[in-house]
Design a protein around this ligand. Sequence first.
Ligand SMILES: [Zn+2]
Ligand SMILES: [Zn+2]
Length: 260
Amino acid sequence: MDMVLDYLITFAVIYAVMLTVYFATGLTMTVINKRHPDRRIQKDRDGMKRVRGEIIASLSALATSSVLLSAGYFAQVQGWTLFAPLPLSWWSFPLMFVVCLVLFDAWFYWGHRLLHLPAFYKWHVPHHRSIAPTAWSNDSSTTVDTLIEHGFYLLVWFVLPVPALSVFALRLFDQISGMVGHSGFEYFASKSSRWPSPMICTTFHDLHHSQFHYNYGNFFSFWDRVCGTVHPKYDHLVKAMEETGQVPDFEETKVANKAA
Ligand SMILES: [Zn+2]
Ligand SMILES: [Zn+2]
């Protein structure tokens, strides 16, 4: 009975932190975006019309993510995992953070490709109702969608000797970068977010929402480039933003006749 109570407290703390980060990031992005209307990527669409439904869906999806993260952490604390965690140190924390960052990006890419297959798409389509996403859209996902995309946060504890702080830091980074990546306003277009850099800017995932068949990755463009799913105009658009300082007209981003 004590163990159940311990788990429930762990879950509640993690869920409370995730909700705090969600609302703090969403409100911060809303304030910043209001001051920079010129940075809007899809100028003719207002994603904020859907915000109420997206926040309600996010409360549920963040609870699912919290179950996954807290269950994995709890299992490690109980010693139910294959390996004991590396002692937390100046090298083990960043090393395992980077290992998890790279592995999660691969997990997310393939999980996301799976969700776009006809058999799975019904669980992913609610996330795609936002053609012009906002920061609030990041976690607007069904339970099955979240279990697939965030299953990593349960599994990683069982198969790698991860210090807890490395996984918590990854989840925090993933939450904030995901919300910025859905915000619909571009601030990060630069040389470091286009080929040959594997990094991305907000336009990357915005194109996934507006044009659907491209850019499945989460943190990096690596898997999209390897598998040929990167948006054909992505690098060009980022370069144009660097050179002109302007977010290009949305019509210029369209690709003709792309088959699924
Ligand atoms: Zn998708
Ligand atoms: Zn999305």
